[in-house]
Design a protein around this ligand. Structure first.
Ligand code: PDD
Length: 276
C-alpha cells in the first residue's frame, strides 16, 4: 500500500517522521476518517470541509486547495485499490525545535493512508451495549483534534468492562460517545445533542438528520440527561465506521425491549439505501 506524505505517494518503508513533529510531541494537529464504499469516498466533501475547518480552528494552513486535496484522497484510494475501507488522514503543525508556541515558517506535515474495512453488519443487527462515563475532555470537542486522551481513556474504561462504547456525560447531560454521536428516541421523536463546542459535528450525524427530514421523523437537537437516556424507547449511536448502531443496553439496563427499535431500523435501512 502507498502512503500519502504531503503531496507525494511513497512506500511505508520510505516514511520518515521527525522526533520533533508537533503531532508527535503535542498532539498538535487534526485528522479525518473517510469511509470508502465500493471504491467511492462517501460524503467526501463534508469530510474535507470539516478537515479544513478543524485546521483553521487551530490555525494550521493546509497548503492545497480543497479540490487538489480531494484529488489526493481519490488517488490514494485508487492506487491502493480499496473497495470497502477507509482513509485516515491527518495534518500536524510540522517539525521544529520543541517549544510550545508556534514555530515560524514551518510547513505542516500531512499523512494519509488506507485500510480495508467491512460494514459492521452483524453488530448493527444485534445492537451493542454501552456504559456511562464522565466526559473529562476539553471545551473544544468540535475540533477533530489529534489530542484524544479524554476519548481513549473513556473507550478503554468501557472496553475493560466489556462495553462497546462509552456514553459521555458532563454532569447529568449526555454529550456524545468516545468516538461516536449519541441519539435517544422517545415517543417517535429523536433527541441528540446540538452541534456546539461540546461535541464533534459528525458527518454521519448530518446524513442521519437529512434522512430523518426525508422520512418525516421529527428530530430535536436538544441535550438530554442520563436519567432521560435510560427512559428512552430506543437508543443508537453513529460514526463513519459504526454507521447507525443500535444500543440495546446501558450499564446493564435494557433500553426499549433490549432489541434494536423500529425507528433505529428504519434509519439503518435508509442509510444503507443512501450509500449507492
Ligand atoms: N470518530 N464524535 C467523536 C468524538 C468522534 O471521534 C467521531 C468520529 C464522531 C462521529 O463522527 P463521524 O460521523 O463524522 O465519523 C463523533 C472517528 C470515526 C474516529 O475517530 O475514528
Amino acid at each position: 500500500d502507498l502512503i500519502l506524505h504531503n503531496d507525494k505517494f511513497i512506500r511505508e518503508e520510505e516514511l520518515v517522521i521527525s522526533k520533533e513533529d508537533r503531532g508527535y510531541q503535542f498532539g498538535d494537529g487534526i485528522y479525518e476518517v473517510i469511509r470508502v464504499y465500493e471504491g467511492n469516498l462517501f460524503t467526501a466533501k463534508e469530510h474535507i470541509d470539516r478537515f479544513y475547518d478543524s485546521a483553521e480552528k487551530i490555525k494550521i494552513v493546509i497548503p492545497y486547495t480543497k479540490d487538489v486535496f480531494h484529488k489526493m484522497m481519490y488517488d490514494l484510494v485508487e492506487q491502493n485499490e480499496i473497495n470497502n475501507g477507509q482513509v485516515y488522514v491527518q495534518v500536524t503543525r510540522g517539525a521544529s525545535i520543541r517549544q510550545h508556541h508556534f514555530p515560524a515558517d514551518t510547513p505542516p506535515v500531512l499523512i494519509g493512508y488506507t485500510k480495508t474495512v467491512e460494514r459492521p453488519v452483524e453488530l448493527m443487527e444485534a445492537g451493542v451495549r454501552a456504559t456511562f462515563i464522565e466526559d473529562i475532555r476539553w471545551l473544544r470537542c468540535d475540533i477533530k483534534s489529534l489530542n484524544l486522551l479524554g476519548n481513549i481513556l473513556a473507550k478503554q474504561e468501557a472496553h475493560d468492562k466489556g462495553f462497546y462504547e462509552a456514553i459521555l456525560h458532563r454532569g447529568e447531560v449526555v454529550t456524545e460517545g468516545s468516538s461516536t454521536n449519541m441519539y435517544g428516541v422517545k415517543d417517535g421523536v429523536i433527541y441528540t445533542h446540538p452541534t456546539d463546542n461540546l461535541i464533534l459535528p459528525g458527518i454521519t450525524r448530518s446524513v442521519i438528520l437529512t434522512l430523518c427530514e426525508k422520512l418525516e421523523i421529527p428530530v430535536q437537537e436538544t441535550a438530554f440527561t442520563k436519567t432521560q437516556a435510560l427512559e428512552m424507547d430506543e437508543f443508537f449511536l453513529s460514526s463513519t465506521t459504526a454507521e447507525v448502531m443500535p444500543i440495546i443496553e446501558i450499564d446493564g439496563q435494557a433500553i426499549g425491549g433490549g432489541t434494536p427499535g423500529p425507528l433505529t431500523k428504519k434509519i439503518q435501512e435508509a442509510f444503507k439505501a443512501n450509500l449507492n
